[in-house]
Design a binder for this molecule. Structure first.
Ligand code: SF4
Ligand code: SF4
Length: 397
């Protein structure tokens, strides 16, 4: 495993971290503990020493805690979790959430603690007014928090303001070759590094959209250039992130021991500055192709779910994007599967009542009800909608 040094704490962190949010589940909110155990076990065997979870990932902290206890790996791993800061209305809420997190994770300390999904400096100012700075100082002094940071999904302009608003130890940003100018972006990465913060990267493959879900034309471009460890689109995407010396670690939501093996092998070889100018040029070409199909920037994070009308929002957007990346029929087929069209009670995009419950949770700031109209128009155009209506499987088309 390749290790990089956290510039604030001096800790050696594996360049590949395990994002636990995408653990396979036996039911919504119930991760499969046996599958999770196999994943964490293999991660440890391959030298991964950083695990990321959050209070808001349903059932996830409790699963991580149970797995670490069963495997006896708590002291081998750097453990990160996040405060649901928007739910903190009073100063005592900080302790309430934190105590519950320690209980769930079966630990007495959190090595890396984040404000979850900060989108503007105003959110931090609100927490400050509630006294969070004193609370953090006390937790650090007691050894209950190792390093403090935030995960970010706001604008490029606000990012340096937030960096300067507190003496952060680290930050976590969305970063990949399609997001150089999106959210914190490359400018933000460099700003954070200039302040000697550890920078952790999330969504290095945009929820798989820069891996297996890449348009076929883009895959062909990468296949033509393939060399050494750059054998798959995922290898290209991850290596692009690791090519940046400012990146301390990237999180991958690996869902099987095999995926751990694959990514760990790439991590061993993808050092800063290892991509050639020709390889960067190839990625630039791939990006051009990708942008043509990137109609809705959904990463499939599920933060917007559940929808009270049962709509599979990320499934709708994945199908919509697939209809541009892989052809209309592929998109329609995916859409009908995601909408459970055969069930007799399909949850089509047209079922949306515009209640707005989803959009405020979207870290990509997608106007979900509006974009579902685009999904409906493209994937159930006039004749298709009419047939569905005749079958009693659609309305409002
Ligand atoms: S706005 Fe539409 S998609 Fe969003 S939660 Fe409400 S019904 Fe579901
Ligand atoms: S629409 Fe937004 S919140 Fe929902 S899955 Fe996609 S990126 Fe996540």
């Amino acid at each position: 495993m390749q290790y990089r040094t956290d510039p604030k704490t001096g800790k050696k962190i594996s360049a590949l971290g395990l994002g636990c949010m995408r653990f396979p589940g036996v039911a919504p909110g119930r991760p499969d503990i046996h599958a999770a155990e196999a994943i964490v076990c293999r991660a440890h065997e391959r030298g991964i020493n950083y695990l990321d979870t959050a209070y808001l990932y349903p059932g996830n902290e409790a699963c991580v805690g149970a797995v670490l206890e069963r495997l006896g790996l708590r002291d081998e791993m750097l453990l990160a979790t996040k405060l649901p800061h928007a739910s903190c209305k009073r100063p005592e809420d900080f302790d309430r959430f934190f105590s519950e997190q320690l209980r769930r994770l079966r630990t007495d300390r959190i090595d890396y603690y984040l404000m979850h999904n900060v989108t503007s400096p105003a959110q931090w100012e609100r927490l400050r007014a509630l006294g969070i700075e004193d609370w953090i100082a006390a937790k650090k002094a007691a050894g209950q928090i190792g390093a403090i940071g935030f995960s970010y999904h706001g604008s490029a302009g606000d990012f340096p303001v937030l960096l300067d608003a507190y003496d952060w130890d680290f930050c976590q940003i969305q970063y990949n070759y399609a997001n150089e100018r999106y959210q914190a972006g490359t400018a933000g990465l460099k700003e954070a590094a200039r302040r000697s913060l550890a920078v952790f990267v999330m969504e290095p493959l945009l929820g798989g959209r820069l891996a297996g879900k890449l348009p076929d034309e883009a895959k062909r471009l990468l296949a033509d250039e393939k060399s050494g460890h750059l054998a798959t689109p995922a290898a290209w995407g991850l290596s692009w992130v690791w090519d940046h010396p400012e990146v301390t670690m990237l999180l991958s939501g690996m869902t099987s021991p095999e995926q751990i093996d694959e990514n760990a092998s790439i991590a061993e070889r993808a050092c800063p500055g290892s991509l050639t100018p020709e390889q960067h040029a190839c990625i630039a070409q791939v990006l051009e192709v990708f942008e043509r199909s990137n109609r809705v920037p959904c990463t499939g994070c599920n933060y917007c779910m559940p929808c009270p009308k049962g709509i599979n929002i990320p499934g709708c957007f994945a199908a919509y994007n697939a209809s541009f990346a892989h052809g209309w029929f592929t998109g329609v087929s995916q859409y009908f599967t995601a909408s459970a069209i055969r069930s007799g009670h399909p949850k089509l995009a047209s079922n949306c009542i515009r209640c707005g419950a989803c959009a405020r949770h979207c870290p990509q700031h997608i106007d979900i009800p509006e974009r579902l109209v685009d999904v409906r128009r493209r994937l159930t155009p006039g004749p298709v909608g009419a047939v569905l209506a005749l079958m009693g499987r659609s309305h409002a088309n």
